[in-house]
Design a protein around this ligand. Structure first.
Ligand code: FES
Length: 107
């Protein structure tokens, strides 16, 4: 059961979540009432309102983003090199300790 840390990029609020392997970061945050993830499309990689910034030290441990995900991120005003759509990041035991930041707002 991986544990992840979510930090509000605006005010530094933190949430530490114990989540089931196999669920997405989006599902983990929404199911635990972490504010800031809208997830309008429910996880089908079409809305980009589940945007997060993954801690740089974890980027190489994630599955690479699909072209579809990259295309959506490209059009986000707040996009950074460590941007991911949280519905596309599936949690595994190997991601125990994953840390990410939630943007001030979702576009
Ligand atoms: S929930 Fe819509 S793209 Fe992630």
């Amino acid at each position: 059961m991986p544990k992840i840390t979510c930090i509000n990029d605006y005010d530094g609020s933190r949430w530490e979540l114990n989540v089931d392997s196999g669920c997405s970061v989006m599902e983990a945050t929404v199911n635990n009432n972490v504010p800031g993830i809208v997830a309008e499309c429910g996880g089908s990689c079409s809305c980009a309102t589940c945007h997060v910034y993954v801690d740089e030290s974890w980027l190489g441990k994630l599955e690479e983003a699909t072209q579809e995900e990259k295309d959506l991120i490209e059009f986000l005003d707040g996009a950074r090199s460590n941007s991911r759509l949280s519905c596309q990041v599936l949690l595994t035991d190997e991601l125990d300790g994953l840390t990410l930041r939630i943007p001030e707002s979702q576009e």
